[in-house]
Design a protein around this ligand. Structure first.
Ligand SMILES: [Zn+2]
Ligand SMILES: [Zn+2]
Ligand SMILES: [Zn+2]
Length: 177
């Protein structure tokens, strides 16, 4: 048996046992075929490789990526996997859409939980204002949006009230039915 075959067999064995074929660690996220550590390493390497490219190559890379994206977009196929049709007006297919949604929500929840446990702002991880889940900046932002929403709701109520009055004047709102 050649080294290559033995290596391949080992990888297959690890894979079928739910372990990372590269390093043998447990894969916690079953959406992936490698473990988190190998994935992070891989991403770093890709980033480095990209960083080391010449400006010209970088431009080319970006251009190719954009062209591929546009081609898929026009063809009505998912821009991520390029295999399944786009889902409901999204640029991704249903399964890629769900996957990306789950991933970002999972990640957000994880980060938030981590910040919360450390008593840090759940948005940016800065020190929190006493007893709150946000830093002073985000607490203010939160309060501002809350005030905005309240204002909008009040305005809406106002319009509703006006409309109600109109319908009332025109015969009690049953529109003659
Ligand atoms: Zn691994
Ligand atoms: Zn897809
Ligand atoms: Zn913050």
């Amino acid at each position: 048996m050649s080294n290559y075959d033995r290596d391949k067999e080992r990888r297959e064995l690890l894979k079928s046992s739910g372990l990372c074929p590269k390093c043998g660690r447990i894969i916690y996220d079953k959406n992936y075929v490698t473990c988190e550590i190998c994935r992070a390493k891989n991403a770093e390497e890709n980033k480095d490789r990209y960083k080391n490219l010449s400006e010209h190559k970088k431009e080319e890379y970006k251009k190719n990526k954009r062209l591929k994206y546009e081609k898929l977009l026009k063809s009505g196929l998912c821009v991520i996997c390029g295999k399944k049709p786009q889902y409901n007006g999204y640029v991704r297919c249903q399964s890629c859409y769900i996957k990306s949604k789950q991933k970002s929500e999972h990640w957000k929840a994880k980060v938030r939980k981590g910040f919360k446990e450390l008593n840090l702002c759940i948005i940016c991880g800065e020190a929190t204002v006493d007893g709150k889940s946000y830093c002073s900046k985000h607490l203010k932002e939160k309060q501002d949006t809350l005030a905005e929403t309240r204002k909008k709701i009040n305005r809406k109520n106002h319009i509703w009230k006006q409309l109600d009055n109109e319908t009332f004047k025109n015969g009690g709102g049953n529109n003659g039915l």
